[in-house]
Design a protein around this ligand. Structure first.
Ligand code: SF4
Ligand code: MG
Length: 326
């Protein structure tokens, strides 16, 4: 993705002034083949919008998305449809992502109809295979989505995403609507499938803890911008952006003797319709200076990128997680 921007305009009528929300503000990042790349941030930070831009489920206001040398934003509808088999999306809410009037068989077979030349019998066989692979009993293929639990529905969504033989799968908070006990199962399933099918995974999450063990690299977003991007291990042990440091400090640590409870980031998220000047984090940052209030920091660095004027001189954060793993 190169310098992606997405602005939404809301409202605007006889009496109301339209507000423009810069949901994604100049994001550039590169997802490498075969990796699991996570995008993390609080709700409203633009991570879901970014995910949709990456697969061109929506069009950017500015910028481009390059997939294997092709700029997706320049492709016509037909060319984009042909590419859809390679680029799949798993939605946050497995309840609304499935058509309630279609049987599971029909749902999973749909991409096979669109993207393969399999006949009906071959499709049925393939559906049974996919269902077994995601941990569903193939005998249940004739049932309808409401007969399944949340976790099972997400498995159906995953089977549907796999059906067309994708190279890249983007999951928008694929487990956050599920019971905690089911989340780990779905995360493990995604990891297994990634290995087995050689997928590239992009996982959107609001919780760093969920993606710690599955992601290779993480981009942290705040109000439409990437503020830090690093290898997972580096981000967890040596976060450089004060926002990332605050997110990590908020993860509870199940270690006996460690301070109980979360340290929660102070202050509210500013409105994306009226973001702060300069560094957008300055209203909540304990290290903010006059420079931060006027000048936007750029993402700096190579393998470990950070957008903060003062990251080189900040004191090392006191991280319960880093302590716990020492
Ligand atoms: Fe804090 Fe300033 Fe860095 Fe922004 S640029 S994160 S306000 S120290
Ligand atoms: Mg979202």
């Amino acid at each position: 993705a190169v310098d992606l921007h997405k602005r939404f305009t809301r409202g605007g009528g006889l009496f109301a002034k339209a507000t423009t929300i810069h949901a994604v503000n100049g994001v550039s990042l590169q997802v490498r083949r075969g990796e699991t790349f996570a995008i993390v941030g609080e709700s409203g930070c633009g991570k879901s919008t970014l995910a949709r831009l990456l697969l061109r489920l929506i069009d950017p206001t500015e910028g481009s998305v390059i997939h294997e040398g092709q700029d997706l934003t320049m492709l016509g509808a037909g060319a984009m449809r042909a590419l859809r088999s390679e680029l799949q999306f798993i939605f946050q809410d497995p309840f609304s992502a499935l058509n309630p009037r279609m049987s599971v068989e029909t749902i999973i077979a749909e991409p096979l109809r669109l993207h393969t030349s399999l006949n009906a019998a071959e499709r049925r066989e393939k559906v049974a295979e996919l269902m077994a692979r995601v941990g569903l009993r193939p005998e249940m293929a004739d049932r309808f989505p409401h007969e399944f639990s949340g976790g099972q529905r997400q498995r159906i969504c995953i089977a549907r995403a796999l059906a067309s033989g994708p190279k890249l799968v983007i999951g928008d908070e694929p487990v956050s609507a599920l019971d905690v006990s089911v989340q780990a199962q779905i995360v493990n399933l995604l990891e297994d499938l990634k290995q087995e099918f050689g997928l590239t995974l992009v996982i959107i999450a609001h919780d760093l803890a969920v993606i710690r063990h599955m992601s290779d690299r993480i981009a942290v977003m705040y109000l439409g911008e990437v503020v830090e991007l690093a290898r997972t291990e580096d981000l967890f042990t040596a976060p450089r952006h004060p926002y990332t440091q605050a997110l990590l400090a908020a993860i509870p640590v199940p270690v006996p003797g460690s301070a109980a409870g979360r340290k929660v980031l102070g202050g509210d998220i500013p409105s994306p319709a009226n973001p702060p000047s300069g560094c957008k984090f300055h209203t909540r940052c304990p290290h903010a200076t006059a420079l931060c209030r006027t000048t936007r920091p750029v993402l700096d660095g190579k393998d470990h990128q950070v957008a903060c004027h003062h990251h080189q001189t900040l004191p090392a954060p006191d991280l319960p997680l880093a302590r716990a793993s020492r």
